[in-house]
Design a protein around this ligand. Sequence first.
Ligand code: MN
Length: 224
Amino acid sequence: MNRSADSGSTQDGERDSALSEYRRRRDFARTAEPEGAADQGSGEGPLFVVQRHIARREHYDLRLEVDGVLKSWAVPKGPSTDPGDKRLAVPTEDHPLDYAEFEGTIPAGDYGGGTVLVWDTGTYANTTAKKGRRMGMAEGLEHGHVSFELHGEKLTGRFALNRFRSGEKGEEEAWLLVKERDSAAGADDPVSTRPESVRTGRGIREVAEEEGRTLKGRPRDEEE
Ligand code: MN
C-alpha cells in the first residue's frame, strides 16, 4: 500500500469538504473565480494573500494557507502596521489555494459581486505559541489565537489574529487583526499609500474597466 498516495487522497477529501461552501455559493459558468479543482502547495512555505474587494461594502480579504485551503477573513478597514490599531476581521468560507491569484470582476448580483485586486501576497511563517509551546495553525485557529510573520511586498513582520466573539448563540463570529511589535511596526500605512495590485500594478478601477465592468461588477454599457 502506498502510504503517501493514501494520505494524499485523505487530504484531498478534507479539502473538498472544506471547500463545499465556497463552491455552493458560486456559479462557475458565470464567474471567473477558480473552482479549486487541483490545488498544489507553493513549496516555499504557506501562502498568504490580501485581496482588496469592492463588493456591497469595500473590504480586504485576508487569506492564510492552512491544510490545503485558504482560511479567510474579511477585514473592512484592511490591515494596519500600527500595533495600536485593532482591525475587525470576520471569518468567511475557506477558499481554494489558487484563489490567491484571482484578480478581476465578479458579476453584479452574484455572491461577492464586484472587483477584486491582489493587494499583497507572499508566504508566511507560523509563530503561534501558547505558554512557550509552539502550536500548529489549525490548532491555534481552534483555540482562537494565531500569530504569523508575513513575507509580502507591502506587509512584513508579525501579525496576530485573536477571536473575541465565538459565533455561538446566533451572533457573528469575530476576530481582531493586529500588528505585533517588531522592526516592521509603524511603517507607512500601505492601505492608503499603496493601493495598487502587486500582481499586475493596476489600480482597482483599471481592473474593472479592462473587463468592461463597473467597480460593482455591472456591465459598463448598462445604466448604473
Ligand atoms: Mn470579499
